[in-house]
Design a binder for this molecule. Structure first.
Ligand code: PFF
Length: 432
């Protein structure tokens, strides 16, 4: 379970949550996001766990076991999404590694002298250096996988999750003393109901819930296959999903208190956390040490997520193509790097290429994965869980049997989730 939580908690909770919440008006977004976590995230996570545990197989095999022959390749969709996500995830992980190096070698004046926003933009606009950090992030994940030490990295979560949680809690408590704290609280927790009439908020909230929990990519099916038979799955799904959301909310508190304390723009986009957090560390005693600790923990959290993503792909290639673990991890890691190169260059030399609506290449890849591929996979997953898997079997595998909760789960995966996902997908298509 800690491994599943370690896979869930990553850049999505700090980097992605803060900028997506910032762009979508804060409070109303948070409300919709939490609704999506409870109504869509928890039931699907429970379904993925149950699928993995009852078939004792990784995702594509588990899905193939349930489906008629001509649908058997549907499991590939999850793997494809994980390829896409890993490619640009590594770019952001590279930024984290760069910041970690700056903090460790105490050259943070390189950030503060030109101004945190300028320094960040200057870093990501370079053609070569970010690529080196990105490559390093991928090589670390490949090394973990080829050495077969995933179990080791999963055990790291035993220390990492509580430590990162405590550090975020400490930072959140520290932010109470900041002048913009109340404004930050209002921004994050006070719903602006008008935002609820904008369909893109639902799309963004749903996508964030999928990304942050790590749903619809087959990862949680794999973790489900490791869960012991006496582990009650509903409790496991609820704690992983809510634990993940808690990390995001804590990070959001820290980020938005600082945004308003330092007069920054909450809707400035993907660089938000990288501009705001260094500002926090620069304005606190012992900031260099806290900053180093923070970026170290975030780097490890990113690594545990990257390892999950690469592991699904590796397992898939080993099984379907008969590749060795080494070969699969190296080739797929290489693929992630190559696909991620345009994402990185899109902030500098290729900034003209995809600047439709002010979005860069990384943003577009993220949009394609999170607002199209994941909801589509989620829809297929819900149909599989609700309609293909015989109800009685599914309920039993979910440890729900036939009580009220079981009926609720069936109702959600059969009707509510497919309907919501279909609506959100339609709005995603309409908005182009
Ligand atoms: N959930 C991770 C995060 O929030 O950073 C990202 C992720 C990891 C997505 C693993 C999917 C996955 F399979």
């Amino acid at each position: 379970m800690l491994a599943a939580l370690g896979s869930a908690v990553g850049l999505g909770n700090v980097w992605r949550f803060s900028y997506v919440a910032g762009e979508n008006g804060g409070g109303a977004f948070l409300l919709v996001y939490l609704l999506m976590v409870l109504l869509v995230g928890v039931p699907l996570l429970l379904g993925e766990f149950a699928l993995g545990r009852s078939t004792q197989a990784e995702s594509s095999t588990a899905i193939a076991k349930l489906l008629p022959v001509r649908w058997r390749h549907l499991g590939l969709l999850g793997v494809l999404s994980s390829v896409m996500v890993l490619a640009y995830y590594a770019v952001i992980a590279g930024w984290v590694l760069k910041y970690l190096a700056l903090y460790l070698f105490s050259s943070t004046h390189r950030l503060s002298d030109p101004g945190f926003a300028t320094a960040f933009e200057a870093h990501i606009a370079q053609p070569v250096e970010p690529l080196i950090w990105q490559l390093m992030a991928i090589l670390l994940a490949v090394a973990v996988i080829t050495r077969g030490v995933e179990k080791g990295i999963e055990r790291i979560n035993l220390v990492l999750m509580p430590t990162l949680g405590l550090l975020l809690l400490g930072l959140a408590i520290h932010s109470v003393s900041q002048p913009g704290f109340m404004q930050g609280i209002h921004f994050l927790f006070q719903p602006d109901w008008r935002v609820l009439t904008r369909p893109e908020v639902y799309l963004a909230a749903l996508g964030q819930a999928f990304f942050s929990i790590g749903l619809a990519m087959g990862v949680m099916v794999a973790y489900g296959s490791y869960l012991p038979s006496n582990q009650r799955l509903p409790g496991a799904a609820l704690s992983v999903a809510l634990g993940d959301a808690l990390f995001a909310i804590l990070a959001g508190l820290v980020v938005f208190a600082a945004v308003f304390s330092f007069g920054l723009d909450p809707a400035q986009g993907p660089g938000l956390a990288f501009v705001v957090l260094p500002e926090v560390f620069a304005n606190m005693t012992g900031g260099a040490i806290v900053g180093s600790a923070f970026f170290l923990l975030l780097a490890i959290a990113a690594m545990t997520s990257m390892v999950s993503l690469l592991e699904v792909q590796t397992a898939f290639a080993m099984k379907k193509l008969g590749w060795s673990r080494q070969r699969a991890a190296l080739v797929l890691g290489g693929l992630a790097f190559v696909l991620g190169v345009p994402a990185s260059l899109g902030f500098g030399v290729w900034s003209e290429v995809a600047s439709t609506g002010g979005r860069g290449i990384l943003d577009l890849m993220d949009l394609l994965a999170v607002e199209l591929m994941l909801p589509l996979n989620g829809l297929l997953l819900a149909l599989l869980l609700g309609w293909v898997w015989p109800g009685k079997e599914a309920l039993q595998a979910c440890d729900l049997h036939t009580g009220r909760l079981g009926q609720l789960w069936l109702f959600l995966v059969r009707y509510v989730i497919p309907l919501m996902l279909a609506m959100v997908l339609a709005s995603s298509m309409v908005s182009g």
